[in-house]
Design a protein around this ligand. Structure first.
Ligand code: NAD
Length: 383
């Protein structure tokens, strides 16, 4: 099987889908790996590193993709890359299926077989291939660092000859992968951390990191069978808003990471809550690209709000740590390649929940119901 590692063309994307170490392991298992010249440059992996790992460097993308069986990417396909793909090829990456359903339909029509890592079920069997988790860890880590550096205060408690400094309070909303890593990082920096999530099962994880779980009893089931959060009812929303407001008002840094897969991010921190915050406090909203957890969020922008609040909504944080982000992503991709391909053949067993979930398009067919639904609702709204 020939695998092509492509140079990402998304603006600001520094990651690469396979790093030389992982290429070397795949080559030893008889995979043929071709790498586009400069593919690893932004993540500090040179063409020479790839050659030493046993890969072949290819200068132009069109030749690379033409000669490959499987093309591995990090970020989603761009319109201009579509003509480079020929029928029968397989494409693996974070393909943003719910964000660009039309492009996915075009891939199906062209006979491209696509596998989207965003659709990986959150099960222990799939854990080593779960790229949203590996990359979410990085985002959570960076969110805590951004909050610490924008805060006009220390995070840790300090006892010095110049007096005693009280530790900062960090309130994390949404305790999934990014939230847990934000808690762990803020704790390592010495802050007092509180955290809230609608899934009560995360309480023990929060406490094991030395943080306090802000508890609320909900009268409904909040987790899907795939391990993701469900959208909660209006009643539960109102109940949680009161609790969130109390903790937002006393926090120095609020880090929001709440999401419900495939939906707009829940709006949790309102303008009224922000008005009650302490001057100098900071909010880091990781959900900006999904519409934001805070009312005034604008994805990719830092905003100054009354009374002296900084609201940061970074995009693509994993790309700001490209060495480890690529290393972790490579592990996800290589495990998936070995899972999909057995004895030089793709194992398209749709009885297998992992393959069934991640395979978006196959043999000219669009397989994912949520993408179909989005396309259907767009067609309806045009009529
Ligand atoms: P995740 O699914 O693991 O975690 C989301 C958490 O939000 C879950 O624990 C869920 O229970 C919780 N949640 C859902 N609705 C809630 C509500 N109403 N109140 C409180 N909690 C609620 O997701 P993740 O991988 O941790 O990612 C979190 C967010 O960070 C997502 O929006 C993701 O897109 C974003 N993210 C951003 C970047 C970036 O660079 N900006 C990078 C990675 C992830």
């Amino acid at each position: 099987m020939k695998v092509a590692v492509t140079k990402e063309i998304e603006v600001g994307e520094n990651r690469v889908a396979l790093i030389p170490d992982v290429v070397s392991r795949l080559v030893k298992q008889s995979w043929e790996i071709h790498v586009e010249a400069g593919a690893g440059e932004a993540a500090f992996f040179s063409d020479r590193d790839y050659e030493q790992a046993g890969a072949t460097i290819v200068n132009d993308k069109a030749t690379l993709w033409q000669n490959a069986d499987i093309i591995v990417k990090v970020s989603s396909l761009k319109e201009e890359e579509l003509p480079l793909l020929e029928s029968g090829k397989s494409l693996v990456g974070l393909l943003d299926p719910l964000g660009q359903p039309e492009l996915i339909q075009q891939l199906a029509d062209k006979g491209i077989n696509t596998f989207s890592l965003e659709l990986m079920p959150r099960t222990s069997r799939a854990q080593s291939m779960d790229a949203l988790s590996s990359q979410g860890n990085i985002a959570g880590y960076k969110a805590a660092l951004l909050g610490a550096s924008a805060l006009p205060k220390f995070f840790p408690m300090l006892t010095t000859a110049a007096g005693t400094i009280r530790p900062a309070t960090v309130f994390v909303i949404g305790v999934g992968v990014a939230g847990l890593q934000a808690i762990a990082t803020a704790r390592r920096l010495g802050a007092l951390v509180e955290a809230f999530d609608i899934r009560p099962e995360v309480k023990e994880q929060v406490q094991s990191l030395g943080a306090e779980f802000v508890e609320m009893e909900l009268q409904e089931d909040t987790t899907t069978k795939d391990g993701y959060a469900k959208e909660v009812s209006q009643d539960s929303k109102q109940q949680s808003q009161q609790l969130i407001a109390q903790h937002v008002a006393t926090a120095d840094v609020v880090i929001t990471t709440a999401q419900v897969q495939g939906k707009r991010a829940p709006l949790l921190v309102t303008n009224d809550m922000i008005k009650e915050m302490k001057p100098g406090s900071v909010i880091v909203d990781l959900a900006g690209e999904q519409g934001g957890n805070c009312e005034p969020t604008e994805a990719g922008k830092d905003i100054q709000l009354d009374p002296g609040i900084t609201l940061i909504s970074p995009i693509n944080l994993p790309s700001s740590l490209p060495v480890h982000a690529s290393q972790m992503y490579s592990k996800n991709i290589s495990t998936l390649l070995q899972y999909l391909v057995k004895e030089e053949q793709m194992q398209m067993d749709f009885e297998d929940d992992i393959i069934d979930s991640i395979c978006l398009t196959y043999n000219g067919e669009l397989r994912n119901q949520r993408v179909k639904d989005i396309l259907a609702s767009k067609t309806e709204s045009k009529v």
